[in-house]
Design a protein around this ligand. Structure first.
Ligand code: TXA
Ligand code: MG
Length: 320
């Protein structure tokens, strides 16, 4: 039985007994376990059906806790941490010896962040160990932003989903590594490129698997619905192409009229990128469950969180 509850003492008991618990963060729900328990970590990988080459993010509750996780913090990393933690940014730094190889897929770096969710911060502050937590979805599928999404994927496979409501940011954290002390973005995410550059200046983006062995999890196809999904630069033209099909449409601000539209979800009537990001995965989950012929998603203006949303939609619609 999977229980959805706000019961922190229960989550502490389960995690201390080396079980896996789904936890809320401001980005997406995570599937969490004690980083020092190989039983818990193996069970995270098997529950998600995730390959062992794909390393996990370590979640801590304060910058002081970083000492036990990493051996070196570049000056720009320290600036980013004090600007954005707790928050939607993951830093990839040289790993402490005590971090198990299972967490880092044998790499000499470890990914770490302080999530910004009151329930999970409370949980982390009461646990004597940090939590490894990948997004709580089967490998390659859409990340969960509500307890119901997690339940849909893992009903009866996990004992508790800690109920923190809907995730306020709605897409995963931005991952930043350091090469010769310079910050490099490995995954665009809930913290915009512009916000990062305002703190540390120009930052290179290396988020393609082909060009960057340092970002092992950046697969072409990811975050993908089961329904055929296309990324559209011209909605009316694509609706015409699929006129004999039942279409789920995800538009940014505008509402479209067309006979092929079965269900339409507007991400932000006000044209607000933050609101669009917060609604994106729920829209994909909702349309995917309707078993339509095709989901058409509108490409957003490519700046701010629009750039991160487009990155997710490109991976969700990648077919080669
Ligand atoms: O917002 C988030 O980051 C969520 C919440 C739960 O915190 N977590 C999340 O985890 O998205 P996951 O496992 O779905 O994605 C983690 C990404 C993977 O692409 C992985 O390859 C990358 O982090 N990663 C982890 N350790 C790394 C390392 N040492 N070097 C480079 N990339 C790393
Ligand atoms: Mg994931």
């Amino acid at each position: 039985m999977t229980i959805i509850s706000k019961d922190i003492p229960k989550a502490i008991r389960l995690l201390t007994d080396e079980n896996v618990v789904a936890i809320p963060t401001e980005t997406v729900y995570g599937l969490a376990g004690n980083i020092y328990s190989s039983k818990a970590i193996k069970s995270i990988f098997s529950t998600k059906n995730r390959p062992f080459y794909n390393p996990l993010i370590v979640h801590i509750h304060s910058i002081t806790a970083l000492e036990d996780i990493v051996t070196h913090v570049p000056e720009k990393a320290a600036r980013l941490a004090s600007a954005f933690w707790p928050g939607s940014m993951t830093l990839v730094l040289p790993k402490h010896n005590a971090i198990p190889d299972l967490i880092t897929a044998g790499k000499n770096t470890v990914a770490v962040r302080i999530p910004n969710h009151p329930l999970t911060l409370d949980l982390l502050s009461k646990l004597p160990f940090p939590l490894a937590a990948p997004s709580a979805n089967p490998f390659g599928s859409i990340s969960p932003t509500t307890p119901k999404h997690v339940e849909h994927y893992f009903k009866n496979e996990i004992k508790q989903i800690l109920d923190g409501g809907s995730c306020t940011k709605g897409i995963e954290s931005t991952i930043i590594g350091f090469e010769n002390e310079k910050p490099v973005i490995y995954r665009l995410g809930a913290l915009s490129l512009e916000a990062i550059e305002a703190v540390v200046g120009k930052v290179e983006i290396k988020n393609k698997k082909e060009s960057n062995p340092n970002a092992p999890g950046m697969l072409g196809r990811h975050y993908a619905p089961c329904t055929k999904t296309i990324l559209s630069h011209s909605i009316l033209k694509d609706l015409d192409t699929y006129q004999d099909n039942s279409v789920g449409l995800i538009s940014f601000t505008q509402t479209f009229k067309h006979t092929s539209i079965n269900t339409q979800i507007n991400l932000s009537a006000k044209g607000n990128m933050e609101e669009a990001a917060a609604n994106l995965y729920n829209a994909l989950h909702t349309l995917d469950h309707l078993k339509l012929d095709v989901i058409i998603a509108e490409n957003l203006p490519n700046y701010g969180l629009g750039q991160s949303i487009n990155d997710r939609l490109q991976r969700a619609t990648f077919t080669k």
